[in-house]
Design a binder for this molecule. Sequence first.
Ligand code: CA
Length: 261
Amino acid sequence: MKSSGAFCFIFFIFFVAVYGVRVPRLQRSIKISEEEGSVTYYDVLRGRDGLPGMSGEKGEHGGKGVVGPPGSRGPISGGVVYTRWGKSSCPNTPGTDLLYAGRAGGTFHSHEGGGANYLCMPEDPEYDSSLRYRPDTQNVAQVCGAEYESPLQGSHDHNVPCAVCFVRSREVVLMIPAKASCPPSWTREYYGYLMTEYRGISSNIRGRTMFECVDKDQDSIPGSAVNTNGVLFYHTEASCNGLPCPPYNERQELNCVVCTT
Ligand SMILES: [Ca+2]
């Protein structure tokens, strides 16, 4: 007992030297596998829990993740509309609907004013009775019918049919001059000749219209053979003034194509 008492005294001195005079408190008292006293002794040696340490430095930026699978196709745009000049029907392409058929019209060929574009005038025009009108001919603009002039297909002086076509499953429509084929994966709606109003030289001054693509197999409005010279469709040739010849040829009528995708 005497030696154990001396040991306890030496341990006490050592404990005070290391931990100061603060008297350790019992942190917990539970039974694990040994007697309760040994657990209390362990807590004393371990000391009290310290304060939380400082935050570590920010880690490096992670690498780029794996590319995900492609998403599903979004909704289509709502379709495209184009006018098929020279025909009263739409191409026999699945998903193509005829909105209306009519005859080409525009400003009389020698008038300087009026609209420049060709119009596809319906065969069954409407005059809404609720809209005001003046019963006499006024000094306004006019729309007259269109005739072919010296066509390579169809008949001279015959009038020009047209069809307005709707393709719901397409998103873009494009007319390409001087081409008869479409870009890869595009659908060719129709192709034919690039035509417009007469160029107007010397005394034959004509107004300008638009360049339009007239179907290669153009039809005529039945019973329209009389020459009335409304707005006119002439063939178009390239000029070597600013266009390379070859491949362009100023002696050959230009083609055109209408494409959708
Ligand atoms: Ca005619």
